[in-house]
Design a protein around this ligand. Sequence first.
Ligand SMILES: Nc1ncnc2c1ncn2[C@@H]1O[C@H](COP(=O)(O)OP(=O)(O)OP(=O)(O)O)[C@@H](O)[C@H]1O
Ligand SMILES: [Mg+2]
Length: 257
Amino acid sequence: MPKQTKVITPAQQRKMLHKNLSFQAAEAYKLLRANLQFTLPGNEGDGCLIFGVTSSTRGEGKSTTAINLSYTLAETGKRVLLVDCDMRLPSIAKKMEVANSPGLSNALVAPGNDIKIAIRPSNVLDNWKFVASGDIPPNPSELLGSHRMRSVLKALAKEFDYIVLDLPPVNLVSDALVVSPLVDGMIVAVREGYAERKELRDCIRQLGLSNAKVLGIVMTDVKGDGKRYGKYRKKYYYSKYYYSDHHDKRDSTHIED
Ligand SMILES: Nc1ncnc2c1ncn2[C@@H]1O[C@H](COP(=O)(O)OP(=O)(O)OP(=O)(O)O)[C@@H](O)[C@H]1O
Ligand SMILES: [Mg+2]
């Protein structure tokens, strides 16, 4: 199936994000939040939980999911940080309508650079902050897989209850895989009618090989009622947003035809 790109105006883009979400979309993200909290219960006193959001290919809705998930987590009053780890095609700063630097790459290149200089207010909720990806470096996967990245995340985990990492796609670059040991769980965004089934299968396999804990699949841009997925997964379908349970490790390594 050919990948379809669609042109989305800035106004349409804004309507898909955080406080501008429709009631139905906001409810779908709350269901996602509830399912994640159920899957990895209680960070009360247990420290910070780190989620990664990735996909098999480009343009599947990772960044949109990462923004809305982090916002929805922050709505509970928890301290939440969204981090753009896509240093090749950054988009969080653009979607939050600010400049992309300083950001994560600037904090990683020089040990003297404190990540705190890169933490920005969302201007939406006081307890919801974000870090842009920063100046585009020549070596994103080395930076993301570095000891420095580990220690930066460790420092951030002391300041936040949840960290959501917006990662590049698994099948194109190794960035998401090198980060996977640092996260508590990985969420895979799948845009309906976009990636080939084989691409998703390869993505899940790669994540499995790197011992990532795949918590679930978020289906984006769903048309119709999503019934055909119901045979395999418990489903929650609201308008364009669709979250499917995908907790079973065996299922997560096998995509049904
Ligand atoms: N649930 C959705 N319904 C409809 N369109 C969506 C949805 N989620 C994202 N989109 C649109 O699809 C496009 C790609 O979304 P997004 O930037 O979130 O994807 P991505 O996976 O992060 O892309 P990239 O791989 O380039 O980083 C955007 O124009 C976005 O507005
Ligand atoms: Mg993105």
